[in-house]
Design a protein around this ligand. Structure first.
Ligand code: HEM
Length: 262
């Protein structure tokens, strides 16, 4: 006969297994924990899609939405509109989960839908979130300054910059790299008020070393931030910066699907 505590435990186990009661907390964890796999997938809708009648596009979009919902128990997705801001692609998806396999299974199923068959996958980046490498070696003042300031409110723009470092960077000592990252941080800290950032490590998982992700309402600040970082020594070690840089707007999935079915 289960005790009351036993019943509560069983209830939580059932909630976890069925995916009920998950949503917000798990998303927060996936977005904030280290050891989480992030996949960025960029899609361009082909010409044939726009020639389908609207009812067929609406049905295909509903099928795609069901795939997002089905995989929602294992991963979290964010979608961004690129259409209009670049000729190269229409939207991208950022996926987080604790197993890269989950990201892949979701994408394979999405690509198999009626909408997916009309999507050209123009770029993909895979990375992993990790604990900080250099911050522990910073002064207490710099560490305090890095503690995220109050949320600057809605941030409609998202920017993704893939980065590859040169061999000299990796062969420099930890102290030398810490000194350069300290300079990087001092040059960029003022922008924390309006720019939020997330770093993914990609060495060995992709042709890149890092995927950097930013959200802001102030593209003018972001532009100045990049210029400030181009002036520090660490920038000399960037073998690839962008190519492609993605600049999109953060949108709910339904809004993106509406745009594709209008
Ligand atoms: C709000 C502005 C920014 C701040 C405060 C900031 C701060 C930092 C800090 C503290 C680290 C070290 C993390 C660690 O200890 O592992 C770091 C790493 C890094 N940042 Fe920034 N950053 C900013 C913007 C940018 C931008 C705009 C880029 C490039 C587009 C960038 C690229 C990188 C890269 C590639 C690393 C990893 C370096 C490595 O581990 O070798 N950061 N940043």
């Amino acid at each position: 006969m289960p005790t009351r505590i036993g019943l509560v435990t069983l209830l939580f186990a059932w909630l976890a297994l069925t995916g009920h009661g998950q949503a917000a907390t798990d998303r927060e964890k996936l977005l904030n924990d280290s050891g989480v796999y992030g996949t960025f997938v960029v899609f361009k809708v082909d010409e044939a899609w726009w020639k389908l009648d609207q009812a067929a596009r609406v049905a295909a979009a509903a099928e795609a939405k069901a795939v997002f919902q089905k995989h929602g128990e294992r991963l979290t997705t964010d979608v961004y509109l690129l259409r209009g801001l670049t000729e190269r692609a229409d939207f991208f998806v950022r996926i987080h989960s604790t197993e890269l396999l989950h990201n892949q299974n979701f994408l394979v199923e999405l690509m198999g839908t009626g909408l997916g068959k009309h999507l050209a996958n123009t770029a993909t980046f895979n990375g992993l979130t990790k604990k900080t490498n250099y911050v522990p070696g910073f002064s207490d003042d710099l560490k305090t300054a890095l503690k995220t300031p109050p949320d600057p409110g809605p941030k409609p723009y998202a920017i993704v910059v893939p980065i590859r470092k040169d061999a000299d960077w990796w062969q420099a000592s930890q102290d030398e790299r810490t000194a350069m990252m300290k300079e990087h941080t001092e040059a960029s800290i003022a922008y924390l008020k309006t720019v939020t950032r997330k770093l993914y490590h990609a060495s060995g998982l992709d042709d890149l070393d890092f995927i950097t992700y930013f959200e802001t309402a102030r593209l003018d600040d972001f532009n100045n931030l990049i210029i400030a970082l181009e002036r520090v020594k660490e920038n000399r070690h960037n073998r690839q910066f962008g190519h492609p840089t993605l600049l999109g707007t953060v949108r709910p999935l339904d809004e993106i699907l509406d745009i594709l079915t209008q």
